[in-house]
Design a protein around this ligand. Structure first.
Ligand code: NDP
Length: 292
């Protein structure tokens, strides 16, 4: 069963859950993980020039043998690259990936950007140019703050379709204004990474206490075990965001995909997770952009 999709502001559809090649796979051969993820049902694969493994992402795509039309491939412009590097670096990425186009090309981060590399607005214009050439079906951003969005939106011919940012309960208070601003200014879809942080990077925190009764209720309704990771994934979905996750383990890959079958959380359950999350602030990634 293919994962559900979400319609972006440019009319294209993005699978609501994606499999990443950063974090644990950063700089490492991703071929086997990608092949396994595709075989288990993932169609949305999240790469980046900075992960230094796009060739193995391409090898995994090839090895899985799924038609290109059924896959959704994302890559990101290396941090620190300016407008002049957008097209040549994307062409190089496409060669490594073995593809004619990516479904989504993101600016990985608004910083660092050296003055000699131009402004953020010029960087976005270069993204619009590769979109016009058909090298990227959709274009978007990652790790953009409200001020970064404000810097590019006034001159933009194309509104970014996605802003991929860290989203989990321990960073929600800080990220909610970015999500809201994006929604209200061109319907920019948030995509989340780091969603499992309460389980894997901040175990023992306040969210741990509110998950068991939710897991128990949903397990009863579904008639098979629901996991805390699936509840967190549902929470991210309820915040309107695409989930980008990863795993080296087949059982967990399947568990992530099965989260779409888990019944909705109630408004009270979402609020309980929000309230518990608000008791602890923990940002794991991109502190050079966001600070703590
Ligand atoms: P998650 O927060 O979903 O964490 C996934 C990790 O959690 C895996 O390494 C997995 O390990 C581990 N895990 C899952 N469940 C458990 C459990 N119950 N107990 C212990 N460990 C568990 O995703 P990530 O933050 O790691 O990132 C996902 C993707 O997002 C990246 O690969 C990358 O593509 C993207 N990303 C983008 C960033 C950006 O700046 N745009 C920044 C960071 C990530 P295991 O292999 O053992 O299952």
């Amino acid at each position: 069963m293919s994962p559900p999709t979400v319609k972006l502001n440019d009319g294209t559809e993005i699978p609501a859950i994606g499999f990443g090649t950063g974090t644990a796979l950063f700089g490492r051969d991703a071929e086997n993980s990608i092949k396994l993820a595709i075989e288990c049902g993932f169609t949305h694969l999240d790469g980046a020039q900075a992960y230094n493994n796009e060739d193995s992402l391409g090898a995994g795509i090839k090895a899985a043998g799924k038609p290109r039309s059924e896959l959704y491939i994302v890559t990101k412009l290396k941090q620190g690259f300016g407008a002049a590097q957008v097209k040549p670096s994307l062409v190089e990425s496409l060669q490594k990936l073995g593809l004619d186009f990516v479904d989504l090309f993101l600016i990985h981060s608004p910083r660092p950007l050296k003055p000699e590399d131009g402004t953020l607005q010029e960087l976005w214009q270069a993204m619009e140019a590769v979109h016009a050439e058909g090298l990227a079906k959709s274009i978007g951003v990652s790790n953009f703050t409200v001020d970064d969005l404000k810097a590019i939106l006034p001159g933009a011919k194309i509104i970014p379709s996605v802003n991929q940012v860290e989203i989990h309960p321990y960073v929600w208070k800080a990220v909610e204004p970015i999500v809201t601003y994006g929604r209200e200014n061109g319907n920019i879809t948030p995509a989340s990474y780091g969603g499992l942080t309460p389980l894997v990077r901040a175990a023992g925190g306040p969210v741990d206490e509110v998950l068991p009764p939710i897991v128990e209720r949903l397990t009863k309704i579904l008639g098979k075990p629901v996991t805390p990771a699936q509840v967190l994934s549902k929470w991210v979905t309820h915040k309107g965001a695409i989930v980008v996750t990863t795993s080296s383990k087949e059982a967990r890959i399947k568990e992530y995909l099965e989260a779409s079958q888990v019944p909705d959380l109630t408004a009270q359950e979402i609020q309980a997770i929000d309230d518990a999350g608000a008791k602890l602030h923990k940002r794991v990634f991109m502190r050079h952009v966001f600070g703590e």
